[in-house]
Design a binder for this molecule. Sequence first.
Ligand code: ADP
Length: 154
Amino acid sequence: MSDKKIAVFPGSFDPITKGHESIVHRCLTLFDEIVIGIGYNSNKHYYFSQERREIFIKKTFQGEDKVRVERYSGLTVEFCKQIGAQYILRGLRTSADYEFERAIAQMNRALVPEIDTIFVVADPALSHISSTIVRDILLYQGDMSKFVPSSVTP
Ligand code: ADP
């Protein structure tokens, strides 16, 4: 593994929201590099294509040298190993998030003990934001601009 402290922030980012953006910004001082990993799950139906989700994220973090965007499929821990990342970054909004994330983090640690999951508690002003609700707003042509970075367009 590399000497650099590398964290993977995995997710669907369908689309990236101000909640995701905030987690990355708050963690920039903790790591040498944050790789935003757009995961692919064949059982999931996505609203935005992987290409567009990637473009939205790249534009959001344009000029931020420590942030990289990559797409991956398969297990997150395998992706971490491939790129030499020692940490997985996840945001927690609710206790339901915590229960769900705890099990995944413990499973991941059982699979690859060298990789730890770091949880960051959501900013209370942003904890109501979810990609799911943004997609609902889009479906009914509502205004999503309060919830997503300006790089995200219908
Ligand atoms: P997934 O499909 O893996 O749930 P998401 O794209 O929905 O991926 O979310 C990626 C990560 O961002 C998750 O850890 C999620 O808890 C976190 N997250 C999502 N919305 C927010 C928010 N408003 N504030 C903080 N963290 C968030």
